[in-house]
Design a protein around this ligand. Structure first.
Ligand code: CAA
Length: 387
């Protein structure tokens, strides 16, 4: 087994680290407090190839691999989870989804501006009454008599980057009688008539990542904007989420690393009872447990990213590797910042330090792109072959 990274992987990791530490970390608290979308730094990520890392140069991307993407995500998340959320949806759910399932014309039209950072992409699966049970969606897309367009009516909720997205990958029911096999994927241009945005959701964490409900009223989609075939939508969404979950695992690792490194520094510097608190066994135990979880989450995430890269050639699925990585890394991201806040005591609870933000931001990694309960279900189903 070779644990060395390629020159290209190290190069993008370095670019991401520099932007993260020099440009994102200094503004993260401010944007979090205001709940403001960080347009300028997101644009900077785009200019440096970080909004379409795995997208080939022909479609405006950086042309790198899945490991490079995971390494870059870790760096951005270590500075700010909200930035990495925007980056992850853009890179994986949107760009990778279209690259894998879209036509050549769709790739040119809809991937290029998003991968190059000119505009933002989003992914619309969840509805007010269907989250984990994704195929229970109600939004309808009805094909016109001549088959040239579809008319969409209904709502989607919790749309990451919904308030700012130019294009959205939408999943809608074209044949309700067929259940999951009656779902179709479409491309949506948010500037077309019939598309509306609801209010931006106030959230516990990742407050700088904008999230909203979207609504369609007699919104027309030309037939050439169907992704894949009618009825393929559910499988497309699941395939896209397999990749997306690796990005969320990487985000959880980055966030955990930041909390862990802050704890190392604090446990060396902070004195109590005449000694650095890091010399006390109860703090040492926390540091050791945090380090084990961090390293295990990192390894599982990179294993999943590597497996995804291999699967591109074979066409295989990486559902188990992705769910194992996301489950373990997100639960570690609850554990590590929790311990970090405890090590920092009152300072961990204060907005003067980023620990309380890491603590709040971590929770979403156990919820979006499939809750921890869903990841356990996917893993156990795949392992046992039972349903
Ligand atoms: N890849 C390809 N196909 C897949 C697949 C995958 N990973 N997983 C399932 N399928 C296929 C199955 O093979 C099956 O096909 P056949 O009928 O031909 O055999 C079909 O899809 C239906 O599969 P299931 O019967 O297993 O479907 P289910 O209804 O039991 O649901 C589930 C499975 C795992 C619970 C799924 O619904 C799920 O993952 N739910 C969670 C949804 C989710 O993650 N939502 C996140 C929203 S997006 C988000 O959070 C974005 C953001 O803003 C950050």
């Amino acid at each position: 087994m070779d644990f060395r990274f390629t020159e290209e992987q190290l190069m993008i990791q370095d670019v991401a680290r520099r932007i993260a530490q020099e440009r994102i970390a200094p503004i993260a608290a401010e944007f979090d407090q205001r709940g403001e979308f960080p347009a300028e730094t997101i644009k900077l990520l785009g200019e440096n190839g970080l909004m379409g890392i795995e997208v080939p140069h022909d479609y405006g991307g950086a042309g790198l691999d899945s490991v490079a993407y995971a390494l870059a995500m870790i760096e951005i998340a270590a500075a700010d989870c909200a930035h990495s959320t925007i980056m992850s949806v853009n890179n994986t759910l949107y760009c990778n989804g279209l690259l894998k399932y879209g036509s050549e014309a769709q790739k040119h039209k809809y991937v290029t501006p998003i991968a190059s950072g000119e505009a933002i992409g989003a992914f619309a699966l969840t509805e007010p009454q269907s989250g984990s049970d994704a195929s229970a969606m109600r939004i309808r897309a009805v094909r016109s008599a001549d088959g040239s367009y579809y008319t969409v009516n209904g709502k989607k909720s919790w749309i990451t980057s919904g308030p700012v997205a130019k294009y959205i990958m939408l999943f809608a029911m074209t044949d309700p009688a067929k259940g999951a096999k009656g779902i179709t994927a479409f491309m949506v241009d948010t500037e077309r008539e019939g598309f509306h945005r609801g209010k931006t959701e106030p959230k516990l964490g990742i407050r700088a990542s904008a999230t909203c409900e979207i609504e369609f009223t007699d919104y027309r989609i030309p037939a050439e904007d169907v992704i894949g075939n009618e009825g393929d939508g559910f499988k497309i969404s699941m395939g896209v989420l397999d990749a997306g979950r690796i990005g969320i695992a990487a985000q959880a690792v980055g966030l955990s690393r930041a909390a862990y490194e802050a704890s190392l520094t604090y446990s060396r510097d902070r004195k109590a009872f005449g000694a650095s608190i890091g010399s006390f066994q109860m703090i040492q135990a926390k540091i050791a447990d945090m380090k084990c979880r961090l390293d295990a989450a990192w390894l599982l995430t990179l294993r999943a990213a590597w497996a995804k890269q291999q699967a591109q050639a074979t066409g295989g699925r990486v559902s188990t590797e992705a769910s194992v990585a996301k489950l373990y890394a997100s639960e570690s991201a609850m554990f590590i910042p929790h311990q970090a806040v405890q090590i920092h005591g009152g300072m961990g609870y204060s907005k003067e330090m980023p620990l309380e933000r890491y603590f709040r931001d971590a929770k979403i990694t156990e919820i979006y792109e499939g809750t921890s309960e869903i990841q356990r279900m996917v893993i156990a189903r795949n392992e046992t072959g039972l349903r």
